[in-house]
Unconditional design. Structure first.
Length: 425
């Protein structure tokens, strides 16, 4: 602790003592003598406090930051050594946290309140074997746990930007009008009149909380070391990524979910066009042209598409030019900057016959991401000590708060009504 902080606390203690003595109507001789001693000590501490501030100011200038704070790099090094297994054992049997895990938890608790054990989001990344305890008896060789299957993060592939937010809301002012340019019609005529420069605020608010519920058996807890650590880490990360992807694109905006970009596109100012016919490259090319005429993309290479696997299955079997072997899908893949397939982020084909599907096109105009996703704080890991008490198991709930917004609707296009059948069939 800084010397100036210690002296400041001592001054506070002296003031409290003096206040208690000064409130007495008839103080004794000992109390009067004590007030004099405290007054002299206060003056001495005040002199030492000023000297400590001068000395510490020079150290702060050399360090470039407060002596008691950690830099981002130092905190990242701590998080790299965070052991999720310690958090699980602490919640299950009260085992004390130690090492870097204890330091990370203390830092997060100082930054914000958590009911359970705070887990930094960076700690959910996959790691290789830093939590194996040596000398653990293991009469049978346990192979690595086989994980569940999760889709890869679609939001990241489509250019969505993740924003880490401590507390409160974040908003971006987006220009909604343009300056008018015009020529003066004559020697003494005025140029075009002024146009109001208006902005609209696009906000991320901590109003939606995603929960991950896990039930860990006693057998899993007693299996040695690294397998459980890695499995829980991957399971939480995969579940969160899959559900966030689904909410970003298909969130209902009700029952606690954020409003996805595909649910009501007009809310975000996204243009929706009904192709009303067979799915082809030409139907998507029209949307790319709209990007270019709106100055949102310089060419098809700046556009990414999110499609269903059923659309790929259909287009890869349709020849664009008879006898050439060039399919409609190969034309799309060659022209666009990227194509992402997902059965999680887009609704299944419906209607018909024939079945119809939709495609989302995005572009990062001027380096601005098409979608912003806000995540508040760390993952709050909470233990339920009662539900599985009879079996000796453990239930964990991981909570994270998230929201999304679209800064400029002109950076997204949705094409609907793409029929998965050839015309006339």
């Amino acid at each position: 602790m800084l010397e100036s902080v210690k002296l400041m606390r001592r001054q506070s203690e002296i003031r409290q003592s003096l206040a208690a003595l000064a409130g007495k109507d008839t103080p004794t001789e000992d109390e009067i003598r004590q007030m004099g001693d405290l007054d002299r000590e206060y003056q001495t501490v005040e002199t030492r406090y000023r000297a400590a501030l001068i000395a510490e100011d020079g150290e702060r200038r050399e360090a470039g930051r407060d002596l008691e704070t950690r830099s981002d790099r130092q905190f990242a090094d701590l998080v790299a050594g965070f052991e999720l297994r310690q958090a699980v054992l602490h919640l299950d049997e009260g085992k004390a946290l130690s090492g870097k895990t204890a330091e990370v938890v203390q830092e997060l608790r100082n930054a914000g309140g958590y009911r359970g054990i705070p887990v930094p989001l960076m700690a959910l990344e996959q790691r290789a074997g830093e939590t194996i305890a040596s000398g653990t008896p293991d009469p049978i060789q346990t192979r690595p746990i086989i994980d569940r299957l999760f889709p890869a993060s679609v939001a990241a592939q489509m250019g969505a930007q993740l924003i880490q937010i401590g507390t409160g809301a974040v908003e971006w002012p987006v220009t909604t009008s343009a300056v008018t340019a015009g020529w003066a019609n004559g020697e003494l005529a005025n140029v075009a009149g002024p146009t109001t420069y208006a902005t609209t605020d696009k906000a991320l608010k901590p109003e939606q909380t995603l929960g991950i519920h896990m039930r860990i058996s006693r057998k899993a807890l007693l299996q040695s070391g690294d397998a459980l650590e890695q499995a829980i880490r991957r399971d939480m990360s995969g579940t969160m990524a899959a559900e966030l992807d689904k909410a970003i694109f298909l969130g209902t905006g009700a029952t606690g979910q954020p409003l996805g970009v595909m649910t009501t596109p007009a809310t975000y100012g996204i243009t929706t066009t009904d192709a009303g016919g067979q799915a082809t490259w030409a139907a998507l090319r029209a949307a790319v042209v709209r990007f270019m005429t709106a100055n949102a993309a310089a060419g098809p290479g700046a556009v990414k598409a999110l499609v269903r696997p059923e659309l790929w299955d259909f287009l890869d079997g349709v020849e664009a030019f008879a006898g050439t072997g060039i399919t409609e899908w190969s034309r799309i893949a060659a022209q666009l900057g990227g194509v992402v397939q997902s059965a999680n982020a887009l609704a299944a084909p419906a209607g018909g016959p024939p079945l119809e599907t939709s495609v989302l096109l995005t572009t990062a105009a001027g380096g601005v991401a098409p979608i912003f996703v806000g995540l508040w704080g760390a993952v709050d890991l909470i233990r339920d000590p009662y539900s599985d008490a009879q079996s000796g198991g453990l239930r964990l709930t991981a909570l994270t708060t998230a929201d999304l917004t679209v800064a400029r609707g002109s950076q997204l296009q949705i094409v609907t009504g793409l029929e998965l059948a050839e015309s006339g069939s």
